[in-house]
Design a protein around this ligand. Structure first.
Ligand code: MN
Length: 756
């Protein structure tokens, strides 16, 4: 952010002294104790530390900490400790000095604030999603330690926004974006309204300069007419208030450019039709705080004597202030030109609280006690708001767009570990993400300390504690609410592992029973048995035998003997085949022709027959349909072709629809049974906006981060847009889907889809 040039030191010194002088003057005017000495030392220290360094604007770097300290003092209302921390806020990050140096010179409190500021510097959004989340957490943790860190950070951000023009455009957008998403809502929550409004306007100005300029221009153009209407409206009110002997200040408060824009957007109105461009604000002076309320209502009554009141729009925030401390009386009346005008009535004290938030609140309490303890009291008030579980008080957390990528969320474990998940992920996804065992034995979770079920969808910022029980066993139904491929894979693996001993035991039981009853173990017999027992496949049959859900009785003997002796007609019986052939690892190479399996041995297919797993390489009796090229993991069906081969189609393949409709009796149900060693070639198309390094990001993700074997890559760039085709070797569709999702998250990629 800075360069090291050093022209004209005398001019610089003058500018620096002048800025510092203004800082000090403002501080001396405040109600704080006058601790000039330590501020002076902090200034000198920071000036030495940043000496010779310039900001991008060309100014000496120290101008920035001085400006931040001025905002902290004059716009937020904080005292010497915060002013010192503001002056020193970039020293640890940008120079050789350490937090220990700060502590030695300025004490533990200031050092702690500077440390907090150093931690969250660089913006909440770093270059990587994980860094963003990390910084966000740090921000929150630091916030609970000392809210002044957040307030000084706010001042730092405000000054950076005010001087944003000298940054490169891409940095400008990034900073403006995060200001709008993070800092402005935070400022609002802290009651820093003036700062919130300015941050919004500045962000908007940098993100939409043309619209900003246009609104600004129209405001100028309509200024005269507005002034006329306002004076027509306000004159009778002023006369009345004067006659009542109230000391006040009245002004027209123009809506901010950003809020005018928001209104135009929300209501689809052109500028000309946003009529409530301004509100009248009456700020009255009042020595006795106990009189404030009645004066407010006196003014209210004076205005409603003159103008028609809008019945539903009176707001009394005096008796019940807003959560952030805002107090005022609002009413809306019809102005002389027939438009509604809002009037805000406040005492001087309420006005300062409205503009500066709790800092001003504290100012009005000075004298009642020791400075630090008073300060702590209002810091605690802010902390209470932030800790307050009331929805209205924590709504800023939902406004905090932690992640600009809507496709991902970040959640925290109780230990503070951060986990990134795709949006829509559930408690169970997180459990599997952390550890297979955690997922397999998960019974529930505490989400933000509240007990939630496995399928509860998580939100960014949730803190989640996974609860397990050793009695819990994985359920096949869980798959329906899992979002991540990793969780699904781990669940399936767990289910298989759990079933395996039972299946083996059941298989033994079955073999023994068949032997005892002299029934041959043929596929026809087993198919018949499955039908009689209402189970879909042999594994299920064996498992249910072992768990005694199915008991083999004598009543089965007759139909089974019949099945063994007699062939059953070829249509009508819908059986399950575990289609799949031999390993194709060695034969798959990156050309479309090679997606076909090599010259398979042709075997007759019986639609009732059950074929054992692919790992027995006794020749292939199936092939993948060219039209949809399914790979393991896809939902598929088989179609017995004329040559006796089973053609495997994706279930949603249009050709498959035709086959299902016309050749129902030749359709066989199929099921993938790969052992994970087999790799299939999948074709992924990636489109996006070309930028330097994007190809490298994609290939790095595929080969390094995901360990996927890439066989072929073609890329074509037209102007800024590029289209890449890549062929990867994967074991199933989940991997491809996961890959597509992760490629899509790469900056610049607009789409990433599997081509079938
Ligand atoms: Mn800074």
């Amino acid at each position: 952010m800075e360069t090291t040039v050093m022209p004209n030191p005398r001019e610089d010194d003058k500018m620096i002294e002048a800025a510092y002088g203004e800082l000090l003057e403002g501080y001396l005017r405040s109600n704080h104790r006058k601790k000039v000495e330590i501020i002076e030392r902090a200034f000198k220290f920071a000036r030495e530390a940043h000496r010779g360094v310039r900001r991008r604007s060309g100014e000496p770097y120290i101008m920035h900490p001085i400006a931040v300290a001025r905002i902290v003092s004059q716009e937020i209302g904080l005292g010497s400790t915060s002013i010192c921390a503001a002056l020193l806020h970039d020293v640890v990050e940008d120079t050789e000095y350490t937090v220990e140096d700060i502590e030695q010179n300025f004490g533990a409190k200031i050092a702690q604030l500077v440390e907090g500021l150093t931690k969250i510097s660089g913006g909440i959004f770093g270059d990587k999603a994980s860094v963003q989340a990390e910084n966000f957490r740090k921000l929150l943790l630091t916030m609970s330690e000392d809210i002044r860190v957040v307030l000084i950070k706010m001042a730092d951000r405000l000054h950076n926004m005010r001087t944003l023009g000298s940054m490169a455009p891409n940095k400008r957008y990034k900073i403006a974006g995060e200001t709008l998403y993070i800092y402005a809502p935070l400022a609002h929550r802290l009651g820093l309204f003036a700062i919130k409004t300015e941050l919004e306007d500045l962000s908007f100005k940098h993100e939409h300069p043309d619209i900003y300029d246009e609104i600004e221009r129209k405001i100028r153009q309509t200024q005269e007419r507005r002034t006329m209407v306002y004076s027509d409206f306000s004159l009778p009110i002023k006369e009345k208030l004067d006659s009542l002997g109230i000391k006040y200040e009245a002004k027209a408060r123009l809506k901010s450019i950003y809020s005018i824009y928001k209104k135009m957007e929300a209501k689809h109105l052109p500028f000309e039709e946003v009529y409530d461009l301004y509100a009248m604000r009456i700020v009255f002076d009042c020595e006795d705080q106990s009189m404030e309320k009645s004066i407010c209502w006196n003014i209210y009554s004076a205005i409603t004597d003159l103008y028609q009141l809008h019945p539903g729009r009176t707001r009394d925030w005096i008796v019940t202030p807003k959560a952030n401390g805002y107090q005022a009386l609002h009413l809306t009346v019809m102005g002389p030109d027939g438009n509604w005008i809002e009037v805000q009535i406040r005492s001087r004290r309420m006005d300062e609280i409205a503009e500066k938030g709790f800092a001003a609140h504290w100012k009005y309490k000075i004298g009642e006690g020791d400075e630090e303890s008073e300060l702590n009291a209002w810091l605690k008030t802010i902390k209470d708001i932030l800790d307050n579980p009331e929805p209205s008080a924590i709504d800023f957390l939902s406004t905090l767009k932690l992640n600009l990528f809507a496709s991902e969320i970040v959640v925290f474990t109780p230990a503070g570990e951060l986990v990134t998940l795709p949006s829509g992920a559930t408690v169970l996804d997180l459990a599997f993400e952390l550890h297979s065992e955690l997922g397999l034995h998960c019974i529930a979770a505490k989400v933000n300390h509240k007990l939630m079920p496995l399928h509860c969808e998580l939100k960014s910022g949730d803190q989640v504690e996974i609860l397990t029980s050793k009695n819990q066993v994985p359920q096949a139904e869980w798959e329906s609410f899992l979002v991540t491929a990793k969780a699904r894979t781990r669940l399936r693996k767990g289910l298989r592992a759990m079933r395996q001993p039972l299946i083996a035991q059941g298989r033994e039981m079955l073999a023994r029973w068949l032997e005892e009853n002299d029934i041959p173990d043929t596929n026809l017999v087993i198919t018949k048995l499955q039908g009689l027992c209402h189970v879909g496949n042999r594994d299920d049959l064996c498992m249910q035998l072992a768990s005694e859900e199915i008991v083999l009785g004598d009543f089965l003997l007759k139909p089974l003997r019949k099945a063994a002796a007699l062939p059953v007609q070829s249509s009508g019986l819908f059986s399950k085949i575990v289609a799949i052939g031999k390993k194709v690892t060695a034969t798959v190479t990156p050309s479309s022709k090679e997606k076909e399996l090599p010259a398979p041995e042709v075997k007759p297919v019986n639609t009732k027959q059950i074929y054992r797993l692919c790992t027995t390489p006794d020749g292939s009796n199936f092939r993948f349909a060219e039209c949809c090229s399914p790979i393991p993991g896809d939902d598929v069906m088989g179609f017995v072709a004329d040559d006796g081969m089973v053609e495997i189609h994706a279930l949603d393949c249009p050709r498959a629809q035709v086959l299902k409709a016309g050749f129902g009796s030749s359709i066989v149900a199929t099921e993938w049974a790969t052992d994970g060693d087999i790799r299939f070639l999948a074709h992924v198309r990636v489109e996006g906006i070309d930028r330097h390094g994007i190809l490298q990001d994609i290939t790095l993700l595929i080969s390094t981060h995901m360990g996927i074997d890439m066989r072929k890559l073609t890329i074509e760039a037209k102007a800024e847009v590029f289209e890449a085709d890549l062929w990867v070797r994967v074991c199933d569709a989940d991997v491809v889907n996961d890959l597509c999702r992760r490629i899509k998250a790469i900056d610049g990629v607009t789409s990433s889809t599997r081509i079938v």
